[in-house]
Structure formats: C-alpha cells, structure tokens
Ligand binder design. Structure first.
Ligand code: ATP
Ligand code: MG
Length: 306
C-alpha cells in the first residue's frame, strides 16, 4: 500500500466496463475539485485512448511518455526512473474540468508493448508462477508502491488503476499498491465466475507477499470495496429479471455490492477516444447516465472514507 489512496479497478472478465468506469469516476471526481491520477496498466491502452487519439499517442507519447518506459527502468539495472516524469495532463478533459472550476485529472499512459514487460518480469522471477522464493519477489512486486510513495504524489487525493483482465506481474504490482479493489461486472454468469476467481488470486498474492515481507508496516491488505454492476438492462420496472438474478447471486460471494448500478446505453458509451471527454462530463449529455455515474462517484468516496 502507498501513502496516497489507491483504488484498482479490475475484473478477470474482459469488456465489463473497467476502463469506462475508471475514466468516468476520475473525471467526475476531478470535476468536483479533487486531484485524481489515473494509471493505465493495460497493454490494450483503452484508457489512454479515451483521452488521446491514437495518432497523437503514436507521435507524442509512445516513445518516451508511457508506463512502458517506466517499467523498462524498473527491470533494468540502472536506477528506476521516477514515475512522476511520466505523468500527463490530458487537455480536452481538463478544459472541461476547469470550466466547472474543478481540480485536475492526470494520466500515466500505457503502451501496446506492455505485454513484453510481463514476460521480462516473469523471467526475473523464475518463470510465470512468480515464485515467492525468488530474491526479487518483494522489490518487483513493490515497484509501483514505492514509486507512488514519492512525495510528488502526495498532491493527489486519489489514484485509480485501470487493470488488464489478467493477473500478470503488471497487474500484481497494481494490487500490491492498492488500498481498495473495485470490481465492475456485468450481470451475467461469466462475470460472477470471474469475481470469485479474482478474489482467490488476490488472497493468494496477499498471503505470499505478507509471508515474504519482514517489515510488518509493509504488509498489504487491499480491501474489496465492492462490485459495481454495469451495462444493466432496464425494463419499465427497473433491471430486467435475468440481470436481477445475477445481481442477487453476488450475495453468495460475500462481497459488498454498490447500490448504484450503471445501465446499458450503447449510443452514449461509443468506441473509446471519440471525443476525449468521458460521458459524465459531456455537456448536454444523457442526464440519466450522468446522474448514475455521479451517484456512483459519491458512493465510491463514501466507501473509501469510512
Ligand atoms: N453502461 C454501458 N452501456 C453500454 N456500453 C458500455 C457501458 N459501459 C461500457 N460500455 C462499452 O463496452 C465496451 C467495453 O467497455 P470497457 O472498455 O470499459 O471494458 P473493460 O472492462 O475495460 O474491457 P477490457 O477487459 O477489454 O479492458 C466499450 O466499448 C464501452 O464503451
Ligand atoms: Mg479496459
């Protein structure tokens, strides 16, 4: 865990809205005056492309301004580069935030080659099982935690990590750095299966990490703050019956569930990167969805602060 509050947004299941919710929660909280840092830990880089057009990314960011270069320094023998050097302030969304007198939304961008970093990590740790007997188990798992402990990050009220739908080393550094874990899910069978699997993988990581660390202050204990149901299909009387059944199923997983759900709206959540401004801040946007996202942001703050 780091000195700044960190929330990982993760689910094993792909396409459930991790990136969409990370972008919207970050934008909404920044609009309310918070200083929020988003870190894109997914090689798909969808969060990055929600704020930068692919052509601009390629020209201005890809070579020197993404988390790929930072992880490269973690894996190299020279001293690790400070992570703050890779922090960007995406212009369009911050114009919208400034107009409402808000705070700031910063981003550490991702890179498609981040996949290779995972292979390098695995090589250093003695294979893909990340053996806790490896001498570098602790420092590599703590890489992001240590980076975020830099005083430069104290200015942020919140850091949100957009994780890939897997449990590779990059994701694991995110979990180790996290105070809280937020799980977006669709109300369907595979999503609920993924949640249970994720929970087991997180417990294993916490157990292995705490077993290896000798410093009791460095022990980790990320808290599952809740499952958020996204893309919920509504009929005239609330969520359709099939969705309601799966939402009920999460009771059996013994995880908290956010009261606020986000409904499905295919036109509003179009392909990433269309306008650089998340749906919640789009002027004259869809009032129902914006309200749901705002309520979700309030609930997130309440769950973090209690
Ligand atoms: N409430 C919603 N209604 C309709 N479409 C949505 C909703 N939320 C997200 N989407 C769309 O669903 C797709 C997947 O969303 P997103 O990329 O956020 O998921 P993800 O969990 O981050 O995926 P991945 O596992 O690939 O990282 C995107 O095209 C997004 O615009
Ligand atoms: Mg994503």
């Amino acid at each position: 865990m780091s000195t700044v509050t960190v929330v990982s947004v993760i689910n094993y299941k792909g396409g459930v809205g991790k990136t969409t919710l990370t972008a919207n929660l970050g934008a909404e909280l920044a609009a309310r005056g918070l200083r929020v840092l988003l870190i894109d830990l997914d090689p798909q880089a969808s969060l990055t492309f929600s704020f930068y057009k692919p052509g601009d990314w390629e020209r201005d960011l890809a070579d020197e301004h993404t988390i790929l270069q930072w992880f490269g320094s973690v894996l190299a023998t020279e001293p690790t580069a400070p992570l703050w050097r890779y922090v960007l302030t995406p212009p369009l969304v911050n114009d919208a935030i400034t107009q409402v007198g808000g705070g700031r939304l910063d981003l550490v961008a991702s890179h498609l080659d981040l996949v290779d970093v995972d292979l390098d990590f695995a090589a250093l740790l003695g294979g893909s099982r990340f053996q806790h007997g490896s001498p570098r188990f602790l420092d590599l798992h703590r890489a992001l935690t240590d980076a975020l402990n830099d005083p430069k990050f104290q200015e942020y009220d919140l850091v949100l990590l957009d994780c890939a739908p897997n449990f590779t080393m990059v994701t694991r550094t995110g979990i180790v750095a996290s105070d809280h874990i937020l799980i977006p899910a669709k109300a369907d069978y595979l999503s609920t299966l993924g949640i249970d699997y994720l929970r087991r993988k997180v417990s294993e990581l916490v157990r292995d990490f705490n077993r290896v660390t000798t410093d009791s202050a460095a022990q980790i204990n990320p808290e599952f703050i809740g499952v958020v149901f996204n893309m919920v299909q509504y009929g005239n009387n609330g969520p359709i019956v099939a969705s309601r059944n799966f939402i009920g199923l999460t009771g059996g997983l013994e995880l908290p569930v956010f009261n606020q759900m986000i409904r499905e709206n295919k036109t509003l959540f179009g392909p990433a990167g269309e306008n650089g401004i998340p749906a919640v801040l789009v002027p004259n946007g869809n009032a129902t969805i914006q309200y749901e996202l705002q309520q979700l942001a309030s609930e997130l703050l309440a769950r973090i602060r209690t």
